[in-house]
Design a protein around this ligand. Structure first.
Ligand SMILES: NC(=O)c1ccc[n+]([C@@H]2O[C@H](COP(=O)([O-])OP(=O)(O)OC[C@H]3O[C@@H](n4cnc5c(N)ncnc54)[C@H](OP(=O)(O)O)[C@@H]3O)[C@@H](O)[C@H]2O)c1
Length: 262
């Protein structure tokens, strides 16, 4: 897929991996980018950072359906079509399930999962008008393997994987490709309260993800051979993977307690 002059909508493009994705898109000749984010200053900053881009900015929470509806109708009015949808915005609140607040449980599902399905739904008619369209969904390594203390977050991200497979098959007749990316720990605001030591840079994750989009890859999995080996072990011998995790139970529990970026 050629990115030049494509019209792109990205959620959570104001910081972290999403902002680095915008940088990559610009390098490939994209000039029209719509962004949803909550923080007004970060959105304004985008115009200063990427002077060549015509931004369509909607400030709001993707968990609020009226914000998603508003963005889709703005794109309809301004562009009349959409070429690329990137569902990137995400939040995390880790810890033992019985200690997570009901609000954090609901909000993780609303932002990481429900919003992706609803925004995609609203964008499909706009993507169908494009001659060559694509959707990129940002899942997580935790969407491939269920880890303790990330039951809510991981379930939303596993849902994104399943949704990506479904919608890719559903949209097959319409020339809309679907790529799902699975970052491992990446050095962004989201990880400030985690105790992860080795992390990918958001620039690296963005660069590989956008390459995956260009090449219409179905899955872009980070974490190297280790992640692939773990996935295989988890699928083929889950009891063996349980044992592996049990040996670091306390460490994982303690590290999860402070990990929150909502
Ligand atoms: N960092 C990692 O280690 C890692 C690993 C695996 C997967 N991921 C996934 O990668 C994606 C990007 O994460 P990141 O690390 O770049 O996170 P980040 O640095 O915390 O940035 C999150 C972005 O999403 C926006 N956002 C968050 N909640 C929102 C909401 N309710 N409504 C609208 N916008 C919202 C934020 O803007 P505002 O705060 O202004 O709204 C920001 O632009 C997420 O889906 C995350 O789950 C990250």
């Amino acid at each position: 897929m050629q990115l030049k002059d494509k019209k792109v909508l990205i959620t959570g493009g104001s910081r972290g991996i999403g902002k680095c994705m915008i940088d990559e898109l610009v390098k490939h000749g994209v000039r029209d980018i719509a962004v949803i984010g909550r923080d007004k200053e970060n959105l304004k900053e985008l115009r200063r950072t990427f002077e060549t881009v015509n931004f369509l900015l909607v400030r709001g929470d993707v968990g609020d359906l009226s914000v998603l509806r508003d963005m889709a109708s703005k794109i309809q009015d301004e562009w009349g079509q959409l070429d690329i949808l990137i569902n990137n915005a995400g939040v995390v609140s880790a810890g033992p399930l019985d200690e997570i607040s009901d609000e954090d449980l609901y909000d993780q599902i609303a932002v990481n999962f429900t919003a992706v399905l609803v925004l995609t739904k609203y964008c499909i008619p706009l993507l169908k008008i494009s001659e060559e369209a694509a959707i990129m969904n940002v899942s997580s390594g935790l969407g491939l393997i269920g880890m303790p203390f990330y039951g809510v977050y991981g379930s939303t991200k596993a849902g994104i994987r399943q949704f990506s497979d479904s919608i890719r098959r559903e949209l097959k007749p319409f020339n809309i490709s679907v790529t799902c990316v699975y970052p491992t720990a990446t050095d962004t605001d989201m990880m400030k309260t985690s105790q992860a030591k080795e992390m990918d840079t958001p620039e690296f994750v963005a660069e590989r993800s956008i390459q995956g989009l260009i090449n219409k890859k179905l899955h872009v999995i980070f974490g190297g051979q280790q992640r692939l080996n773990d996935s295989k072990l988890n699928f083929e011998s889950p009891e063996k993977f349980d044992e592996k995790i049990a040996s670091s139970y306390d460490e994982r529990r303690d590290a999860s307690l402070s990990h929150k970026a909502m």
